[in-house]
Each structure stands twice: as C-alpha cells, then as structure tokens.
Ligand binder design. Structure first.
Ligand code: PLP
Length: 354
C-alpha cells in the first residue's frame, strides 16, 4: 500500500484551512488511517483533537499522548465502561456519544463514580438511518432526559451524513451538507428555549466537510477519509484525481485468458467494500478502464479491455474503493515521494475494532 506523502500533506493542509476559514473546529476521524504519525500531523495543522470509533483506538491515542478524544460510537457493557473509566482516570478528556437513555445511564454511572460529569454528544439522524434519533422534538426529549443525569453533561448534538456517498450530483451533495446542520440547529434552538444550552454542533463526513463554510451553526467538523482519498469520494466529485494519496501496488502473477489478468492482491488487500456508482473493487491509476472485476482472498481478477496487455511480473497501481477499510488490513503503509519509499507509516491501531 502506497501513500503519496506530498498529496497527503496537501490534503491535510487544505482541510485544516477550510475549517479554520469557516471558524469551525476540526476533529478528524482516526479510523481512516489509525496512525499516530498522521494524527500528530493533523494536530500540527490545527485539529482540536481526534474522533475515534472504538475504545481500542482511543487507548492507542492516549498511549501516544493525545488528550482530547471523541468516541463517536455507543459504549455498551461493563467491560467497555471499565475501559472508559480507565481512560478518564489517566486524565484524558473523553467525549462520548449516544442516542439512547440506557447507554447514557451506563456512562453516567461512570461519571458519578468519578465525581464528575462526562461530556456527551447526543447522536441525531440526518438521513443516513444508522444510529441517531430524529431531529426536533424526538431528540430534544432525549436530551432533556439525559441532561437530568448526574454523571454526564450534554455538550452537543452530533450527526454523520454518510449517505452523502450516495449522491448522484453536486446539488444533491450540497443539500445533504445543508440538511446535516439544519436539523441539529433546529433541535438546539428548541432545547435552548427550555434552558438547556447546546454549545457544540458536531457534523462531518469527508464529502460534506467541503461545504463547512456554508454549514452555518456547525462548531466542529469530523472528516476522516479526506487524508487518503478513494473511489467513493472521486465518484461523487468530492475530490479530484490529484487528491488521491492512496494506491495499491500489485504484481501480475497470471494471464490465463484474453481480457483477464490476475494480480497478487485480493480481498485481504482491497477489502470487499463496493461502490454504488462504479463496478469492481478498484481501478488502474494510469487507465481507469482497467478494473478489478472480482476478488478472492489472495487473487484479484482484473478485467482488461481489448488491445491492452500486461505481462507476468508487471507492477500495476490500483486505486481502492474505500481507503478506511483498506488501511485496517495493513500493518504499515509505504510513504512515497518522487517515486521512492521515504518512510514506513505504522498503522498503530490496526485491528483495534473493540
Ligand atoms: C461518526 C462519524 N464521523 C465522521 C466520519 C468520517 O466520515 P468520512 O469517512 O466520510 O470521512 C465517520 C465515518 O464513517 C463517522 O462514522
């Protein structure tokens, strides 16, 4: 797996400048790269802290000295609450998130046992239909309930507009970005009328983060995949080809039939994530009409148009569908500059999925 270091640096800088220009805090999602080295760069470019999906990721960052973390995933069960407690006892500022009274109650017990009120975001659904309550009265009622608990403090409302990746045109994407903040702002207004302040409105996906200057009312943005870029972002026009930092270098190992070559990279290299707009699992960087049609674990079955030939031993560079799931399959990434390997980037939180 190759990471073009110049492109990576440009991506980090551009997104940081967009957030700064909009007066919004940048809290990038760590799950994309899982690398302490890249996380440090994000902080150096002005990120206020990191977002993580899993406690395991938070623990890796805490060990590396990161002090301000958002766990944007519900923490359920005694084992996880114990690990949350351990992080807080180490002095890490951990903000948690939930869309449920029972989950909030578990977190509140941790807070109470520490004589503290743990900062919490309430998760709102703005169209992805994953976690999150509906904006408006449904979320407001939940917030009122949680705000009465003694071991938590509702700091904000949070949403993730992951359905942005299904957008068929730019106008659709723009609307998803507008709706991402609108529902939260309305809910905040409702709550503030009843005396519950909501200091933070936390939004974010890579596609919607491009519109952060127009997302009036947002206080925090949490893009993740922007660091590397991939087909899912390219297909909806949220990045351009020169923002693709990640690629996979594979070797042709067999040419068994006309129109097909086999590479030494399968689902254990590319992941099996598909894209709604484009067939296959990745395309050739130098010729997008050549693409990986099928994957088995160790083999990639590449469809080659008529008139194009590749020989056994030839190296082919592919762009993957989804950079985040690819990273989690690799121990380290080859950081390249001007065609040469400059450094290895360790994927410190690889496999930390709990
Ligand atoms: C809660 C949350 N925030 C932010 C992100 C980052 O979005 P993206 O992957 O588009 O950068 C994700 C991605 O899954 C997420 O789940």
């Amino acid at each position: 797996m190759l990471i073009d270091l110049d492109v990576l640096e440009r991506n980090l800088k551009k997104t940081a400048e967009l957030a700064q220009g909009a007066g919004v805090k940048l809290r990038p999602h760590f799950k994309t790269h899982k690398s302490v080295w890249i996380a440090r760069k994000q902080i150096a470019y002005g990120a206020c802290g990191l977002t993580v999906a899993k406690l395991g990721e938070a623990e890796v960052l805490a060990d590396a000295g990161f002090m301000d973390l958002l766990i944007a995933f519900p923490l359920v069960g005694e084992a996880k609450l114990g690990r949350l407690r351990a992080l807080i006892e180490r002095g890490i500022k951990v903000t948690v998130s939930t869309d449920d009274v029972a989950v909030a109650a578990g977190i509140s017990q941790v807070g109470e046992s520490l004589n503290s009120r743990l900062p919490l975001y309430v998760d709102v659904n703005t169209g992805l239909n994953r976690c999150g309550r509906e904006p408006g009265e449904e979320t407001a009622a939940l917030v009122r309930h949680i705000a009465a608990m003694r071991g938590v403090k509702v700091r904000g409302l949070m949403t993730h507009a992951g359905h942005a990746y299904g957008a068929k045109q730019l106008s659709e994407l723009r609307k998803v970005a507008a709706d991402e903040v609108k529902g939260l702002a309305q809910t905040k207004a409702l709550l503030e009328q009843s005396g519950i302040p909501i200091p933070e409105i936390s939004v974010g996906s890579t596609p919607t983060s491009k519109f952060i200057a127009k997302q009036t009312g947002a206080t925090e943005t949490r893009p993740g995949a922007y660091v590397f870029g991939d087909i899912s972002q390219l297909e909806i026009g949220s990045i351009s080809v020169d923002e693709l930092a990640m690629s996979i270098l594979a070797t042709v190992v067999s040419t068994p039939r006309p129109g097909t070559v086999i590479i030494d990279a399968g689902s254990k290299t590319f992941s099996t994530d598909v894209n709604p707009h484009r067939p296959g699992y990745g395309f050739l960087k130098s010729n997008p009409s050549v693409y990986i049609e099928r994957l088995s674990e160790e083999h990639g079955i590449v469809k080659v148009p008529e008139g194009v030939r590749y020989e056994i031993g030839e190296l082919l560079e592919f762009i993957p569908n989804h950079c985040c799931t690819v990273t989690n399959l690799h121990d380290s990434l080859h950081g390249i500059r001007n065609g040469k390997v400059e450094m290895m980037i360790t994927v410190d939180a690889r496999g930390r999925i709990q």
